[in-house]
Design a protein around this ligand. Structure first.
Ligand code: PDD
Length: 294
């Protein structure tokens, strides 16, 4: 495997960072996860915009243009001979003496990793995933805003540990006042009284790129959607539930705690519309991919 480190692609055995890296010492950094289909990184501009927003929110100068960031992604894919890929771009504050002051780090550490994308089992899309509502609350947005896609992931990891102990696929977190927020790596949607409900950004969530597309697809397909404050009871009373992220797309949920659900019509419709959206994007962008592919 080849990894992009700072300014070039190196074999993974050489892709090493310093023990003084503030990403390692303090979780001081940001990241994005993307998915490439047939050689094209889906929604790359949106991911780059969100990365820049995360950087701005932590006062980090990435030190690369958006074009350079995109080229680094495509170069990493090409070095690994990938067309269907899972891609992670990580940028930490960089190497500096021990201490919290970001000014101790002269330049950020930049990493792109990519590996072959392994599809989720078909059965997961047909039957759905199992979830719990975790006892771990989502970070208060006034303390560590989930809109910063940061390397500081312990909040999510603590909830994930509960999910693993409960032998389920994903854990949903409530916010500090008890409203539904989001999963450890996903946003949540459910159908209640014919309305597609999802926690609003004000609840303290990451505004997922997939979430935004799903809301747009709902509106285009005559499905009324509501972004708001919801209680666990609203979710338990749903007729169907699904979660979203860039790798899973639209993933039905078969169980939340001891409530069972079917992979319903709306989940199926939105998954198929999402995939149509991906195909349309590929048709539009395939001609534009960097000449690296030629
Ligand atoms: N996770 N909420 C959280 C906490 C997430 O970590 C993610 C994405 C999402 C969905 O965002 P998007 O639709 O833009 O992928 C919501 C990625 C997949 C990850 O952590 O690897």
């Amino acid at each position: 495997m080849q990894v992009y480190l700072n300014d070039r692609v190196v074999p993974s055995a050489e892709a090493k960072i310093s023990v003084f890296d503030h990403g390692f010492l303090y979780g001081d950094g940001i990241y994005e996860t993307m998915r490439a289909y047939d050689g094209v990184v889906f929604m790359i501009d949106e991911h780059m915009r969100r990365l820049r927003r995360s950087a701005a929110l932590i006062g980090l100068d990435i030190g690369k243009s958006t074009e350079e960031l995109k080229l680094a992604i495509y170069e990493t894919m090409q070095s690994n001979n990938l067309r269907a890929a899972y891609i992670r771009m990580t940028i930490s504050r960089g190497v500096g003496a021990i201490g919290l002051d970001p000014a101790l780090c002269k330049s950020p550490t930049f990493i792109v990793m990519a590996h072959e994308f392994k599809d989720y089992p078909k059965a997961s899309y047909e039957e759905g995933l199992s979830l719990i509502i975790s006892s771990v609350r989502r970070n208060l947005k006034e303390a560590l805003n989930p809109q910063i896609k940061s390397l500081n992931f312990l909040n999510n990891i603590l909830a994930k540990i509960e999910a693993i102990k409960a032998d389920v696929d994903e854990a949903l977190m409530l916010n500090a006042v008890g409203f539904l927020a989001e999963g450890t790596i996903s946003n949540v949607f459910f159908m209640k009284d014919g309305i597609l409900c999802t926690p609003s950004v004000e609840c303290g969530i990451l505004d997922g790129i997939t979430r935004t597309i799903v809301l747009e697809l709902a509106s285009r397909n005559g499905i009324t959607a509501e972004e708001g404050e919801f209680m666990p009871e609203d979710l338990y009373a749903a007729s169907e539930v699904f979660i979203t992220n860039s790798t899973m797309e639209v993933m039905p949920v078969r169980r939340v705690d001891d409530k069972h659900f079917e992979a319903g019509e709306v989940s199926k419709l939105l998954l198929s519309k999402y995939r149509e959206e991906v195909s349309a994007y590929l048709r539009e962008k395939q001609g534009e991919s960097p000449s690296l592919w030629e």
